[in-house]
Design a protein around this ligand. Structure first.
Ligand code: AMP
Length: 191
């Protein structure tokens, strides 16, 4: 079983790289952002709460997101592994993920931290905003999301650093260059 945490600021390319990882390693992609957007589409109670928070650029409470993820892991009993995208975003979530996986006798094998400079993130998200239809891809919300990410990031990075699982990936290259670095980091854990 190979479980990957893909980590990086909004606009760092987590979604794109996750798709490539899924294709090459056959993992199940669990993106908490996508799961929340699906709840919004369905108009559930969680979706209504998420809608408000996401459009403000704020985080959804830890307990809500942990419950969603827990339920979704159970939907794939035969998975070869998971790629967790956009989760964990806080230390509480990192600890919850560890215990969720421990209960199932599995663990996070590798954490990939896609590092992109702030100016480049803003540029990419503004371009994405022209076509994504996402309520949070506008300048004010983008800046807030990056600020919140920076505030919460360091402790999550340190959490995986202490476990020897943190890999910094240079995220400003081409899609193929970034993916090559990702594959090296993943393959190292399997060696
Ligand atoms: P993303 O698609 O990963 O950029 O997520 C979009 C938005 O969903 C974020 O800006 C948060 O408002 C919310 N969200 C996604 N994942 C989480 C999480 N793990 N914890 C809290 N909020 C989240």
């Amino acid at each position: 079983m190979l479980n990957v945490v893909i980590f990086g600021a909004p606009g760092s390319g987590k979604g794109t790289q996750s798709d490539l990882i899924v294709k090459k390693y056959g993992l199940v992609h669990l993106s908490t952002g996508d799961l929340l957007r699906a709840e919004i589409e369905k108009g559930t109670k969680t979706g209504k709460l998420a809608n408000e928070l996401i459009s403000k650029g704020s985080f959804v409470p830890d307990d809500v997101i942990i419950e969603i993820l827990n339920k979704n892991i159970d939907l794939y009993p035969t998975a070869k592994g998971f790629i967790f995208d956009g989760f964990p975003r806080t230390v509480v979530q990192s600890e919850a993920l560890d215990s969720m996986l421990k209960k199932r006798n599995i663990k996070v094998n590798v954490m990939l931290n896609i590092d992109v400079k702030t100016d480049e993130l803003v540029k990419r998200l503004l371009i994405r905003g022209k076509t994504s239809g996402r309520s949070d891809d506008n300048l004010e919300t983008i800046q807030k999301r990056i600020r919140i990410y920076e505030e919460k990031t360091l402790p999550v990075m340190q959490f995986y650093d202490r476990q020897g699982k943190h890999n910094r990936i240079k995220g400003d290259g081409t899609m193929d260059e970034v993916f090559a670095e990702i594959c090296t980091a993943i393959d190292k854990t399997k060696a």
